[in-house]
Design a protein around this ligand. Structure first.
Ligand code: CRA
Length: 820
């Protein structure tokens, strides 16, 4: 295919539907060995992906050439998760050939929409953190930044979820089993990684010996940007056995007491740990972290040497490494090891270089989510790294902390990277967040409120020592996937209405505010939402076998299931609404459909109980004719990126109801508002900034603020008092606890009831309930005034300029990566 006809602008491939159809047929026959009359949507999907891959590869070569010649610093984004979602449709959009491809496939007799449905989601992430990494790759590429993502090519991504009797059932997701044409194995760039062994001194030098070796094989996934010829690379490592060696065969005696017997070279990259905001603490997880870090650093250092110089002393001029949370934090010690042991750089200089190169993004304040590893485990798996961590810690405590708090041993204990055990004999834990802060020149939180809490509550001493180090970069989402691609009708309406390309500069949407009041524009905006709701209603019918009306309010909560996100508060309110309707079936309320999507970590009992309870309530409500379809509840199974793309454009109400102080940012909140949903939310995470952008009149804010939460805890909080005072809450909680919703297992919902009433209601569901219920009353009242509703919806969409991940990346560029 000619992707760059002479004389034409080279930022977009110039191809027409005829070219595309021909290339598809060629790949069908020559790459896949399939004849035209045998091809179904699955074969077309693969052939079309190969066509696009061809364009990508050509552009990757051009991009690399340009970069080698340029002077720019390269950004390396290290992340254990990249939740990229389906790639074909997105790439067609970014390359600007979606419409031509639609025509081409129509000519070949299979609609493009059907073809796109054949791609399985690469679910290489848990939730927000992984999806953010994918949005950032899109933005760095769109902004023509030389960038590379490094991660793991898990054989099994996040589990598939189904329901049995309303309970979550998990099955493995072998997402690349059938085919993954986007990933290209690059054997030439494979790496060897050492593990275990011990450190000996030879002629005054530390030597790490008797190690086990595994091989890291890179798989490159091309990352396209919008409106640019730049194509970057996401390099995902897969583990293999090296020289027929296998960790299993290693000195069995040393493993007697541990599960590590099960660890073999191949299974390092076997499976993504399914926890969001909660570390698993398993040896294999530490090995995963080190494996991908070691491969990635070796790879980027090789590239630096190829393109720049053999010496690493100026590497910081060309290399910036961003740590996506603490999961890759061991990179600090690995980089120091390479500098000191392989490049003969002295400790103090090595630390300086490391700090210039590294920066760390913190994504959570949840104490249980802050990673710590037992010192003994690190010593066993990475003995040299443990020594280096001790060296860093010694220097940090005895010269840097000492300089600020001379003679203060208490402060040294508080700030030590290696934590003193609570009880003598307990394991000493290595605090990966402290290692990340000490090893980086910048640390950032992910929304203004979150970053302030990182400064004031999480790392106050570090903030005192280094007042410039901890900064904010508010998260963002790519408008290409989360508006252009997932909501094409709205994208077209916006194109018709405003000047300029909002896909590249989302602030341009601001011009739409002038139309918020315009009845004709409102009508079209509302009609698009209605259409999207019809599509979603069909998906709901297919997946849940429930009929819902697109005329009802679609009220959506999609995100991981976690008590702090408070799906349980939504549930209690739905139960209350149902009871209000039973008491008075003629109640003048707009019909509502409550839509959930969420996976619970397999080991998280209360989260699973909440899923079960929502499903049981849904079953009851949806089959009760007395309430005349005024209320429906659906829980869509197997929530993932491709489902989010269908749900978000169809939402009227976006539930962002976390306990204040717990949701670092949220990014779903931004996607919903961008697509014209109204937020009901607490003053938490990025909701605060969304409220600032849209104005208080265009959002339903409720509930306790961060300050009020801590006051309440301070005063002493007893959820039973609220239970006793509120008739409504009492009746729904008693109902949950009665066994009525699950007669075959009457105690099924006890863990939830206990969390709410007997274990202190840590997430303050009971305390915020009334304010939440009142906010829903305001929503219902507003829905009755369509001009007001659509004015608010349009204003929301028009006000989302700030929340483009392009803006986030530009902020990183200026404040962290020193890009001009
Ligand atoms: N679970 C936060 O909880 C945030 C994303 C991306 C999270 C979200 O509020 O939007 O990160 N934190 O910044 C996290 O994973 C380890 O911490 C998330 O996705």
């Amino acid at each position: 295919m000619s992707v760059n006809k002479a004389g034409q602008n080279d930022t977009m491939p110039v191809v027409d539907s005829e070219d595309i159809a021909q290339s598809v047929v060629r790949h069908l026959q020559q790459s896949l060995g399939v004849e035209l009359d045998e091809a179904g949507p699955a074969e077309y999907w693969e052939a079309l992906s190969l066509v696009v891959r061809e364009i990508d590869l050509q552009r990757i070569r051009a991009t690399r050439k340009k970069e080698r010649e340029g002077k720019a610093r390269r950004i390396y984004y290290l992340s254990l998760e990249f939740l990229v979602g389906r790639l074909l449709g997105n790439n067609l959009h970014n390359l600007g050939i979606f419409k031509e491809t639609e025509k081409a496939m129509a000519k070949l007799g299979t609609p493009l929409v059907d073809i796109l449905e054949n791609e399985s989601d690469p679910s290489l992430g848990n939730g927000g953190l992984g999806r953010l990494a994918a949005c950032f790759m899109d933005s760095m590429t769109t902004l023509d930044m030389p960038a590379m993502g490094y991660g793991i090519n898990y054989r099994f991504g996040l589990f598939r979820q189904s329901f049995a009797g309303g309970k979550q059932v998990e099955t493995p997701d072998g997402w690349r089993e059938d085919s993954f044409p986007w990933g290209i194995e690059r054997a030439k760039r494979k790496q060897h990684v050492k593990l275990y062994g011990l450190v000996r001194e030879h002629a005054g030098k530390a030597v790490w010996e008797d190690t086990q070796e595994v091989l890291g094989m890179p798989w490159d996934v091309p990352v396209t940007g919008y409106g640019t010829g730049t194509v970057n690379t996401l390099r995902l490592w897969e583990s293999r056995a090296a020289h027929g060696f296998d960790l299993n065969s290693f000195d069995a005696g040393r493993y007697q007491d541990s599960r590590s017997q099960e660890i073999s070279a191949e299974n390092i990259s076997q499976v993504l740990y399914p926890n969001d905001n909660h570390p698993a603490g398993k040896e294999l997880r530490l090995i995963q972290q080190y494996f991908f870090v070691a491969c990635s650093l070796a790879d980027l250092i090789e590239r630096y040497k190829r393109e720049n110089s053999e010496s690493l002393k100026n590497i910081a001029d060309k290399v910036a490494i961003q740590l996506n949370d603490t999961h890759p934090a061991i990179a600090v010690a690995e980089f120091m090891r390479v500098l000191m042991d392989e490049e003969n750089v002295v400790f103090s200089r090595a630390l300086e270089v490391t700090r210039e190169v590294f920066a760390y993004t913190n994504h959570t304040l949840l104490p249980e989510a802050l990673e710590e590893w037992p010192q003994q485990l690190i010593t066993k798996v990475l003995p040299r790294h443990m020594q280096i961590i001790h060296m860093i810690n010694y220097h940090f405590l005895h010269s840097e902390v000492e300089a600020v708090w001379p003679g203060d041993d208490h402060m040294k204990r508080r700030l030590s990277i290696i934590e003193e055990p609570d009880r003598p004999g307990d394991d000493q834990m290595v605090r990966m967040a402290f290692l990340s802060v000490v090893g980086s020149h910048k640390v950032n939180g992910v929304a203004a409120l979150h970053s302030r809490l990182v400064q004031e509550k999480l790392f106050p001493e570090f903030h005192h020592m280094w007042p410039e180090k901890i900064i904010n970069v508010t998260n963002g989402v790519t408008p290409r996937r989360w508006l252009d691609y997932c909501n094409p009708e709205l994208a077209a309406l916006i194109d018709e209405t405003i000047e300029g390309d909002w896909r590249k500069d989302l602030y341009k949407l601001g011009a739409m505010k002038a139309y918020a009041d315009d009845p004709a524009f409102q009508k079209r905006f509302a009609a698009i939402k209605h259409d999207n709701k019809k599509h979603l209603a069909a998906v709901i019918k297919e997946l849940c076998d429930v009929d819902v009306s697109p005329d009802a309010i679609f009220d959506v909560q999609i995100k991981r299931l976690h008590e702090y996100k408070r799906q349980q508060m939504n549930l209690l309110h739905i139960m209350a609404l149902y009871r209000r309707l039973l008491d008075n079936p003629d109640l003048d309320v707009p019909p509502r459909v409550f839509i959930f999507g969420a996976k619970a970590a397999p080991g998280y009992k209360v989260a699973k109980t909440i899923i079960h309870a929502i499903n049981r309530v849904a079953e009851r409500v949806n089959n009760d004719r007395r309430i005349k379809d005024k209320l429906k509840v659906v829980f869509l199974p197997n929530y993932r990126v491709s489902l989010a793309e269908k749900i978000i454009p169809a939402a009227d109400v976006s539930e962002q109801i976390s306990t204040a102080g717990f949701e670092a940012s949220g990014t779903g909140n931004m996607k919903f508002a961008l697509n014209g949903a109204l937020t009901v939310g607490t003053l938490d995470g990025a909701n605060v900034e969304i409220a600032e952008e849209v104005g208080d009149d265009n959002i339903f804010i409720f509930g306790l603020t961060v300050e009020q939460v801590s006051e309440l805890r301070h005063r002493g909080y007893n959820p039973r008092d609220i239970y006793n005072r509120s008739e409504e809450l009492r009746s729904v909680i008693d109902w949950l606890d009665s066994g009525d919703l699950c007669p075959e297992e009457p105690e099924a919902f006890r863990p939830l009831v206990e969390a709410l009433l007997d274990q202190g209601d840590y997430f303050l569901t009971m305390a915020d309930y009334q304010a939440y219920s009142d906010a829903h009353e305001r929503i219902a009242e507003t829905w009755k005034k369509p001009e007001l509703w659509w004015k608010m919806a349009i204003t929301n969409s028009a006000s989302m300029g700030k929340f483009s991940s392009d803006r986030s990346i530009q902020d990183y560029g200026k404040a962290i990566w020193n890009m001009s």
